[in-house]
Design a protein. Structure first.
Length: 170
């Protein structure tokens, strides 16, 4: 569960995450969140995954099949019928972990900074220690400890916004 998420995982969600995390990792992805909600007589299990290369529809379908098999093999969902939904994070996912910042290199963001208010700039780089932003033409370096949850700004007509952070359409 991302640090900036407002949903605290339930015990069920934590048990489910423990079962599916190795399956997601084996597919070369990171487990971003697990959420179980009631949907009539069924339960809806929403799993959000991500990777450095992005998540294609084929990737989501493949990991969905693997997750379904893993969940059924240990009956972690109990006796209730469920629907599994696997997706990638949306643009509105807060940037809270180093991998989120790294995957958003090239994107325009707005982020609260301790003792500085909010800062808007384009992510130039993200490493283990912090983030470098282009803020109005000036390179500014921020340690993760002073950054709040970053928000990617939607840009229309900007080449990076059309290509995605990896530059290959993902």
């Amino acid at each position: 569960m991302p640090a900036g998420s407002r949903h605290a995982p339930s015990d069920d969600e934590s048990r489910i995450a423990d079962v599916i995390r190795p399956v997601v990792a084996a597919a070369g992805m990171d487990l971003e969140s697990v959420r179980v909600t009631a949907a009539g007589r069924r339960r809806l299990l929403r799993v959000v995954v991500d990777s450095d290369r992005g998540v294609s529809l084929d990737d989501a379908a493949a990991v969905s099949r693997d997750l379904s098999a893993a969940l059924d093999s240990v009956a972690v969902m109990g006796d209730f019928p469920y629907t599994l939904e696997v997706s990638s994070p949306g643009v509105d996912r807060p940037l809270t972990d180093m991998r989120h910042w790294r995957r958003a290199v090239g994107r325009l963001v707005r982020v609260p900074v301790t003792d500085s208010g909010a800062v808007a700039g384009r992510i130039l780089s993200a490493d283990a220690d912090g983030v470098t932003l282009d803020v109005e033409g000036a390179r500014r370096r921020f340690d993760y400890g002073v950054l709040g949850a970053g928000a990617v700004q939607v840009e229309f007509g900007h080449p990076q916004a059309e290509l995605g952070a990896t530059g290959d359409g993902h």
